[in-house]
Design a protein around this ligand. Sequence first.
Ligand code: SF4
Ligand code: F3S
Ligand code: FES
Length: 247
Amino acid sequence: MSEAGATQHRQLKISILRYNPQDPNSEPHMQTFPLEEADGMTLFIALNEIREKQDASLQFDFVCRAGICGSCGMLINGRPGLACRTLTMHLGEEITLAPLPVFELIGDLSVNTGKWMRAMSERLETWIHTNEAVDLRKMEERMEPQLAEEIYELDRCIECGCCVAACGTARMREDFVGAVGINKIARFKIDPRDKRTDEDFYELVGDDDGVFGCMSLLGCHDVCPKELPLQTQIAFVRRKMVRMGMK
Ligand code: SF4
Ligand code: F3S
Ligand code: FES
């Protein structure tokens, strides 16, 4: 291609919050990497290029690169989002990246969302509770397609942690279950296979670490990369729990 016809790519400046909590000599600081933008570049591609060509010690997480595994959540210009689904063309030339707050920092942009999600899932017992032993030889009972669809919609959560990182309550209350936890309660509440009663659910989220800690800030709803109806689900669970609390 002639020089005149060549595409002019932007020169990006990607500033990353660097810190390794395992290293006693490490101090949190911003480090800026220059990078030539490429067509269709995502932050996943940008970070890999920086790691390959400029600094092999840079820590960040990716598995699926397709918005499915939830491991690449980070603060992108201060807003939680998935790096693998973020095109640099939608951002300015100067981009700031930082790890998601609330979660344990592993290093640089890598945080331990798995540990947090596991503790929340154990606390809320996010599995189907039946009253009888499951007989694998028996066919599952038929479920209305519309109900199956409603459950599936809430099951699309990829546990990326963006909603937790965007939540003021989660920053203040260490044990707050977050929108991700409340969404899971909503999911099991509508599942007819789960035999837990309203009282059981009240035990799990009828307090300030549960749905009553939520101050309706709705940052969770705004940033969820799967666009889950978090506002509706929080309102649904809160209504149920208020009714239970009045009994
Ligand atoms: Fe991520 Fe949305 Fe699930 Fe929160 S509810 S963990 S933002 S997918
Ligand atoms: Fe937090 Fe979402 Fe409630 S941001 S305060 S969980 S509405
Ligand atoms: Fe899996 Fe981004 S790498 S969601």
